[in-house]
Design a protein around this ligand. Structure first.
Ligand SMILES: O=C(O)C(=O)[C@H](O)CO
Ligand code: MG
Length: 266
């Protein structure tokens, strides 16, 4: 059975962040994910989860200076110490929030450098950093995820293709380092969604969805999500499916797709 998690960075923006938990619970979600918890004390978020009966299913490591445009530290040469601190901080929150997995965003390639050389340096840093993160996470029973992100939304993002992610997972070789498979990004960069799900299934630690190309509700646009849910069911996927889209209008009114598929209460 597909289990939907509400992405509180994108859904329920009609409410202040802390009020989005109750809104998601009232709409029938049982899990939540969001970009970052760090603006709040972990206990505050933990109490909200307990009050609303929601599970925390995912959040990201501190990404560097987000406001200045940074999008993760994992592949950035020279930022290894900061990356290691970010792993410790994320795992501290993961334990309080009882969150089984955290996403380590790869970061951006420098626009003004020789791309071949920069890629090689980022790749080497990425492998070492991810190995470190996975080993630290394993000590406290958590997984670390990597996610290919499309370069139209995030120009220069280091990890952008499904095959690149699979090669990285293999090279790092840590069993708790897994794939965050965002079907929205995959459709834009690689397509062939069902075959990618099937071939990469063993590596998948989390799935995310959105309509393509506008990143609105999953029943809007070029991707036929009922077929992808059937595929995940056929593969006996037991993880969460994060609803990481920007509602076209009111979040709750836009959840009809989930109710129609029997994935959210009517
Ligand atoms: O943008 C996405 O698709 C994500 O899942 C990331 O968490 C963004 O940071
Ligand atoms: Mg995503």
């Amino acid at each position: 059975m597909i289990r939907l998690a509400a992405n509180l960075s994108m859904l329920f923006n009609e409410h202040d962040f802390l009020d989005r938990f109750a809104a998601a619970s009232q709409a029938g979600f049982r899990g939540v994910e969001y970009l970052f918890p760090y603006a709040y004390a972990p206990d505050t978020l933990g109490e909200l989860l307990a009050e609303t009966g929601l599970e925390q299913v995912l959040f990201n490591l501190p990404p560097g200076d987000w406001e200045a445009g940074e999008r993760g530290l994992a592949s950035l040469p020279g930022r290894e110490a900061e990356f290691r601190d970010s792993v410790a901080e994320a795992l501290r929150y993961a334990q309080v929030l009882d969150c089984p997995r955290v996403h380590a965003m790869a970061g951006l390639l420098p626009a003004d450098a020789d791309q071949h050389e920069a890629r090689a340096a980022h790749h080497a840093t990425y492998i070492e950093n991810l190995r470190f993160a996975a080993r630290e996470a394993a000590k406290v029973g958590r997984e670390v995820l990597i996610e290919p992100i499309n370069t139209r939304d995030m120009p220069g993002f280091f990890l952008s293709r499904q095959a690149q992610a699979m090669a990285v997972l293999e090279e790092v070789g840590e069993p708790n380092l897994r794939l965050q498979f965002d079907l929205y990004h995959c459709q834009i960069m690689d397509g062939d969604l069902i075959r990618h799900l099937e071939q990469q299934f063993a590596a998948i630690g989390h799935v995310q969805i959105a309509g393509v190309p506008e990143r609105h509700e999953p029943d809007v646009g070029e991707v036929h999500y009922p077929a992808l849910f059937e595929c995940l069911e056929a593969l006996s996927y037991e993880g969460w499916v994060g609803c990481e889209y920007r509602p076209a209008a009111d979040t709750r009114q836009g959840l009809g797709w989930g109710r129609d598929l029997g994935l959210l209460p009517g």
